[in-house]
Design a protein around this ligand. Structure first.
Ligand code: NAD
Length: 489
């Protein structure tokens, strides 16, 4: 059965369908970056709320793709009336749910004209984002808007037809102000530390380059709550799509698969109003910082360590990497001895239990999240920041240095058997050049100031990284993992 409103009633008993009338869902939110994560996370919370509360039907989400490559997603969901299936897995158990919270989908990869018209509607009170860190057009060193970024340059020369997510928010806010309507609340759900502040700064900076009065108005009137988001959501695999169709007789062009764990901590500042997401498990707090700090240090740092080593060892998925007891031991030692000690206590969280849960989540074989996805998605700062923090505490960085050495080895773009490694990074060409120039010597890479700053000259980092990188080049990944496990033991 092809998924659509018309076929909802005929789906099999193994599929949960919305209890509310999906035809009554109206857009109150515009979401930029309709990828896998949003569909497994914020749209899931919103769907749950709609199940409980008819008022929530006014908080439907218009899901938008801003990049040319997003056309496929929009074309997949539009004929399904923006419905899709979310499969949540733990071990052999899975829950299959049709999510009805998308009020519609829109492709804005060629022109933002229709998107801006949609945001003009005062019923839109939140514009949310999951556009990856690249979508913010930042200078990687300062985390501030890069005015020379090609998308930003384009937006400055045609500000009323923006292409970047930041340009869309600035122009949409300008139009709100011009029409005398209250601003919406921009809500970032990307994995960036202090994500609300980073978004606010990028938006105000771009606005200031256009019109200082607009920038002042945004700074005074618009609130940018920070969030901490967590739910491992791999890229949808064709085999999973086929298995879903076979098992449930349900043909969905682009379902989403995720773990059962989910977490969303949101700074509670929504002058234009918000859905009561706390009724379905989200946590509204005055300050997100301690939660995001914990997550970036423990989850994201460990993720990049595991995916970097796993890629060099030739594993495809995170759980395969974790099935290597040496890599699992490195992850535990990394958290217990280096990243964990930099995390202050977090209200209501048992850090020891949180770390144990992470090991179990990464090892979950039902998720099949790829090392490729994590290597591409995780910003290098999830290692660099804890390195700085640990050194400031006067501690050693042995396992962080190993994780960093794996990263430096990987960006050479070639593994030890000569196989190609795809490196998607704004500085990929420079990284490859420096990796080849240095070989086992990390200094050409660590000397890239925008990435490493003063750490590139700090022997407390350079020496252990040189030791591991020398081992990776000289003895290979297997011998390096043996040695790492010995030290972790
Ligand atoms: P995805 O590849 O499925 O979707 C990414 C979306 O971002 C796409 O719509 C893409 O077009 C858009 N995008 C990428 N670069 C952009 C740019 N320069 N400008 C505008 N849009 C751009 O990835 P995903 O898994 O949905 O992840 C999206 C973000 O969600 C991640 O970067 C991360 O910050 C956050 N996140 C993901 C996970 C996860 O497990 N997948 C977990 C927590 C947080």
């Amino acid at each position: 059965v092809p998924l659509s409103r018309a076929t909802l009633a005929s789906l099999g008993p193994g599929v949960r369908v919305p209890a509310y009338d999906v035809a009554r869902v109206r857009a109150g939110i515009v979401h930029l970056g309709l990828g896998g994560f949003h569909r497994a996370h914020m749209a899931r919370y919103t769907h749950d709320l709609m199940e409980h509360d008819p008022d929530a039907l006014a908080w439907g989400i218009l899901g938008v793709g801003l990049m040319p490559g997003d056309r496929r997603m929009i074309d997949a969901l539009a004929p399904q009336d923006a419905l899709y299936t979310l499969v949540e897995r733990e071990g052999a158990d899975e829950t299959v749910t049709v999510i009805g919270s998308l009020a519609g989908v829109a492709f804005a990869g060629e022109t933002s004209a229709a998107l801006l018209d949609a945001i003009d509607d005062p019923a839109i009170r939140i514009v949310s984002l999951t556009v990856t860190e690249n979508g913010y057009c930042l200078d990687p060193a300062t985390k501030r808007l890069n005015p020379d970024h090609p998308l930003i340059r384009a937006d400055l020369s045609a500000p009323e037809r923006p292409r970047s997510a930041i340009g869309v928010i600035v122009e949409a806010l300008r139009r709100r102000r011009a029409s005398g309507h209250a601003p919406f609340t921009p809500l970032t759900c990307d994995n960036i530390q202090h994500n609300g502040d980073v978004l606010r700064d990028a938006v105000v900076t771009l606005a200031r380059l256009r019109d200082p009065c607009l920038a002042d108005w945004i700074a005074a009137e618009v609130v940018f709550p920070s969030t901490m988001v967590d739910r491992i959501t791999p890229v949808t695999a064709p085999a999973d799509v086929a298995a879903l169709a076979e098992r449930h007789g349900l043909s969905d062009a682009w379902p989403v698969f995720s773990e059962t764990f989910t977490q969303w901590v949101i700074e509670d500042r929504f002058p234009a109003g918000r859905p009561a997401w706390e009724r379905v498990g989200a946590q509204f707090v005055a300050d997100v910082a301690p939660y995001e700090f914990m997550k970036l240090r423990l989850l994201n740092g460990s993720h990049l360590a595991v995916s970097g080593l796993g890629r060099l060892a030739g594993t495809v998925t995170i759980d395969e990497s974790m099935a290597d007891p040496r890599i699992a031991a490195v992850m535990t030692a990394l958290m217990d001895r280096e990243t964990g000690p930099t995390v202050p206590p977090v209200p209501g969280i048992d850090l020891a239990a949180y770390k144990r849960t992470l090991v179990a989540r990464f090892a979950n074989p039902a998720i099949r999240d790829t090392v490729e996805r994590v290597n591409t998605d995780a910003p290098l700062n999830v290692l660099v920041d804890p390195i700085r923090g640990r050194l400031e505490q006067g501690g050693r960085v042995e396992f962080l240095a190993l994780a960093l050495a794996a990263w430096l080895r990987r960006v050479r773009g070639e593994d030890e058997r000569g196989g190609a490694i795809e490196v998607r990074h704004p500085m990929a060409a420079l990284l490859r050049e420096a990796a080849i120039a240095g070989g086992p010597d990390p200094r050409p890479l660590l000397g890239i100031r925008p990435l490493f700053g003063e750490l590139g000259d700090d022997p407390r980092l350079v020496e252990p990284v040189a030791e591991w990188l020398g081992m990776l080049y000289g003895k290979g990944i297997q011998a390096t993992l043996d040695e790492a496990a010995r030290r972790a033991g």
